[in-house]
Design a protein around this ligand. Sequence first.
Ligand SMILES: [Zn+2]
Length: 237
Amino acid sequence: MDGVLRLIRDDEVKITLPGPSITIKKDGTVWYQGSPILGITDPVKKAEAAKAVKAKKFDKIPSDAFCRIGKNPNGLELVDDAAWATHPLKAAQEAEAAREAEIARKTVTIYLSSRGWGDYSPCEWVGDITRPDDEILAECRKALVEGWDVDNKNQTDDEILKKISTAREKYESESARKAAREKAEAEALQRMIDNGYCFNCETYCHGDCGNYSNDPAVMYRRRLRESAREANYGIEE
Ligand SMILES: [Zn+2]
């Protein structure tokens, strides 16, 4: 098969296998490099099945352990690229990654003070800079007062607020630059589409390649498949 095959159990992708090494038999069972993909969780049954696979006595394996494409009664779900594109787990993974990236983007470090001799880690505040000033101020003051061997404990509210506003201005200008960069990239992509760029063959073929596509997702999906394939080959070596 093309692309990759994902093995999912308990809402988690357990392993990704390269499609070219996958064979689907006439009865629908899926095999990887000459051995059946089995959905067994019981360790004793698993060990027995492993022995049978090694001896190539596939008839000794219980029939409910074999897997077909899609959800299997043994709990293992086999998902090809087409099904993965609309799989709820993919959407959940992407939403979680976006959420984490958003948190990371808003997290900044504010230097508050050095510490005593021999300790090179400064007293800092690390957190979400988009929160209100008074909350951040209170946490900075707590870090200064409760921190170990802080050199400059007694800072005025104005001094600390100035550090907070400097950090926020830096964050806001970076956000604005990032938004401008993303807008420019989107506009460049749109110009390519308007001028007949083909995301299948990645040239301005205007349809000559026979598989014309003006959808950038075609290119991104292929790159994703290629990198997944490379990653898997790496593991097998
Ligand atoms: Zn083309």
